[in-house]
Design a protein around this ligand. Structure first.
Ligand code: AMP
Length: 308
């Protein structure tokens, strides 16, 4: 059970129709690590932060079992900054600003102590950086999962195409799947994307759940119907952390097990949106995780008597 997580660690500023946050800690790898650490430790983190990133946040992650040897701290520079505004549906959003700062010229170095890792989660950041991490590993992981976003499709498509050819699973949301494939139907989009490299594809649809595609198979997972969504930021990354964390713990990469991983990812994401930033993830305990996964099982469990 060993997992490498690559991705941004950042400051975010978030606007929703109901309020605006201060600059808060976020970043893809931050959310992934909080989520995955419920299933597997150590989570071996690869990222970069500036001198402005709070030491207390790094300490909290380390206390949770996150290995920070692969996190570079650039003392005299600023951390990655992202701001976004959610629409009324709390699902779609516009990026207001992306300041790459330390991420702009990030040159990841995978520590020697990470080399025996069996699972690799390539969280959102420049595809060239994701590729560099793949190339540095001396042993091919049992499973490599990739997350990306429209920003990279628009600014680094050739690199993204290269990294897509080297991964097993791609996680993206519905609008990104449409953008990547130039297809509106998600079934057609999945067919096109599965030709680009990954053997498995998860399309996340926010409050409408997630779809898992593999060859001619498709599995549908619901999202937990929630009364209030405070902040959807990081839900996708938290999903990714639960998904890969569960697979790394079970060491089972079959389609059947991936179905369970999609449910676990959905359960973890349902916590993330309950509070701003990583707050909910930081206070979460194992009993709550188990009980929410049980809620999901009840949500999709039914008997039916077929007529005739
Ligand atoms: P999610 O809501 O799961 O899609 O991810 C939100 C997180 O992604 C935020 O915490 C941001 O810091 C991070 N993020 C936004 N844009 C980028 C980008 N271009 N590269 C890397 N991370 C990003």
């Amino acid at each position: 059970m060993s997992l490498i997580v690559v991705g941004s660690m950042a400051f975010d500023q978030i606007e929703t129709p109901f309020g605006k946050s201060d600059r808060i800690v976020g970043g893809a790898a931050t959310y992934i690590a909080w989520s995955a650490s419920h299933f597997v430790t150590p989570v071996r983190q690869v990222s970069v932060v500036g001198g402005d990133f709070p030491q207390s946040e790094l300490d909290a992650l380390a206390a949770r079992g996150v290995d920070l040897d692969g996190v570079q701290v650039m003392k005299d520079r600023k951390s990655f900054f992202w701001s976004g505004r959610y629409h009324m549906d709390m699902n779609s959003r516009d990026t207001l600003e992306t300041q790459l700062n330390v991420l702009g010229d990030f040159n990841p170095v995978v520590p020697d102590s990470y080399q025996d890792s069996e699972f690799l989660m390539l969280g959102n950041l420049a595809p060239a950086v994701q590729l560099s991490v793949i190339r540095q590993l001396r042993r091919k992981p049992k499973l490599t999962v990739l997350d990306t976003m429209n920003f990279w499709m628009e600014s680094a498509m050739p690199d993204l195409e290269k990294v897509l050819r080297e991964v097993d699973v791609l996680l993206i949301n519905d609008s990104e799947a449409r953008q990547l494939s130039a297809q509106y139907s998600l079934v057609r989009a999945a067919r096109e994307i599965l030709k680009m490299g990954p053997r498995y594809l998860v399309i996340k649809k926010g409050e409408h759940g997630a779809l898992l595609f593999h060859e001619n198979h498709v599995f549908v997972a619901p999202a937990l119907p929630l009364e209030d969504v405070f902040d959807p930021t990081g839900a996708g990354d938290t999903f990714a952390g639960g998904f890969i964390g569960f697979i790394a713990r079970s060491r089972n990469t079959s389609f059947e097990n991936m179905k369970s991983a999609v449910i676990v990812g959905s359960a973890m994401a349902s916590f993330c949106v309950e509070k701003f930033g990583t707050l909910r993830m930081q206070e979460l305990d194992r009993a709550e995780v188990d009980s929410r996964i049980r809620q999901f099982i009840d949500l999709v469990n039914f008997d039916i008597d077929l007529l005739g």
